[in-house]
Write a protein that binds this ligand. Structure first.
Ligand SMILES: [Zn+2]
Ligand SMILES: [Zn+2]
Length: 162
């Protein structure tokens, strides 16, 4: 939070509006692929990131790994790695959760940010870390066969067993 700005939701949204208006000035006209920029950060702000281009529709993963790491379930969008810029990358701790995947979180505040299949050219980014508006809606629930027994999914979003 900037010095002299009162904390709270209203000033936070004011700040994001200011950022948006500066984006509009930079990218005058109708946003098109390549001109849209989405920003996000971890809870403590040590890590920030930018994604160029519109975000693909996110999914919510209910597998046991995502449940344990996130504390509930994990909603993310898969974007081309080349579209992602990470600032404060030295603050990212990578946990190799399987042979082919590493998961990145903030070593200071613990925010879970990245799901990175290391042999692919894309990576998943946590929806909760993005500034609003994201301009996307949750597209599907996956691995619902592994979901916790303490909640129900009644949002009408398609569910997949795996
Ligand atoms: Zn942090
Ligand atoms: Zn998962």
């Amino acid at each position: 939070m900037a010095r002299g700005v009162k904390s709270g939701d209203s000033s936070a949204s004011l700040l994001s509006e200011l950022r948006l208006s500066s984006d509009k000035a930079r990218f005058a006209g109708t946003p098109t692929k390549g001109h849209v920029m989405h920003r996000g950060a971890c809870l403590c702000g040590a890590i920030t990131f930018e994604v160029t281009g519109a975000l693909p529709p996110p999914d919510a993963c209910h597998c046991s790994q995502c449940r344990k790491q996130s504390g509930h379930f994990w909603a993310s969008t898969d974007v081309p790695r080349a579209a992602v810029t990470i600032h404060g990358a030295d603050k990212v701790t990578w946990f190799r959760s399987s042979e082919k995947v590493r998961r990145g979180f903030c070593s200071t505040c613990g925010s879970v940010l990245f799901w990175d299949p290391i042999h692919r050219d894309w990576m998943g980014i946590a929806m909760g870390a993005f500034d609003s508006p994201t301009h996307v809606r949750l597209a599907k629930h996956i691995f619902v066969a592994s979901k916790g027994d303490y909640y129900e999914l009644g949002d009408g979003v398609p569910q997949h067993e795996r």
